[in-house]
Design a protein. Structure first.
Length: 252
């Protein structure tokens, strides 16, 4: 029995209609119907197809992992992790400039000129200093001029990045989310029910895929940026310790 046939059969056994599954998973009814006919093209890619399979399976009360594994086997396998060396290795080698040996003769000549110039400056400035001191002793002492300390710049609080990055999701409606931290490490993958509030943290970056952009409120590093999208929109977001930017804030 194929993936779509299994989902359709178990949905009917659970006594649910396509419309009810669509409302509970926030997946369009046309997409659910296509999946039950083993047509995954409306999902928008393998990543979202796996997420839709998991959401539908949980709603109808079956284990999603065997179906996801079967999907991977029939669609090229699960995505393989990419090492940091492979991700940042340049495709073409960058030619390095040939290092030239230092010109020690020119360096020594320049040093000699600086030493001679400094000696002349000391002789000239020393005589002028003695003359100025004699004038001050013979005449009225000069009053010391008050010195004003230079103003110190106060750093703006908003310019100081947080130590790490923290996000919190508050679900207004039942919404599927996938949260990943540094190096793509999975922090959470599943459905948040209406009223749920979950938080996660990482050192450098957090990536979030939200199945329904209008179904959650997002709080980044202590600042509420509201709902990031409209109802039914699938969004992929990424946050760092310097977020949120001023333009990230959405209306409630």
């Amino acid at each position: 029995m194929s993936i779509g046939e299994t989902l359709a059969s178990e949905r009917e056994r659970a006594g649910l209609t396509l419309t009810q599954v669509s409302l509970r998973t926030r997946i369009r009814e046309t997409v659910v119907r296509a999946i039950e006919h083993d047509d995954f093209s409306p999902c928008g890619g393998n990543f979202y197809a796996r997420g839709h399979i998991r959401s539908i399976a949980r709603v109808i009360g079956i284990d999603p992992e065997p179906l996801v594994q079967e999907y991977d086997e029939t669609h090229g396998g699960a995505p393989q992790p990419v090492s940091a060396v492979a991700a940042f290795e340049p495709e073409a080698s960058v030619p390095l400039r040939e290092r030239r040996s230092p010109n020690w003769t020119a360096a020594m000549a320049l040093a000699l000129v600086l030493v001679v110039g400094y000696g002349i400056f000391q002789v000239v400035s020393g005589g002028g200093g003695e003359h100025h001191a004699a004038q001050q002793v013979a005449g009225t002492p000069e009053a010391p001029k008050p010195s004003t300390p230079p103003p110190t710049a106060t750093p703006s609080p908003s310019a100081t990045p947080h130590k790490g990055v923290q996000i919190k999701l508050k679900a207004r409606r039942s919404t599927w989310v996938d949260v990943r931290g540094d190096k793509g490490r999975s922090l959470f993958s599943g459905t948040l029910s209406a009223g749920d509030a979950r938080g996660w943290s990482a050192r450098k970056v957090i990536s979030v895929v939200i199945g329904n952009g209008g179904g959650v409120r997002v709080i980044v590093n202590g600042r509420d940026i509201g709902s990031p999208g409209a109802n039914g929109n699938v969004l992929t977001l990424k946050f760092t310790p310097s977020d949120p930017k001023p333009q990230d804030t959405q209306s409630a």
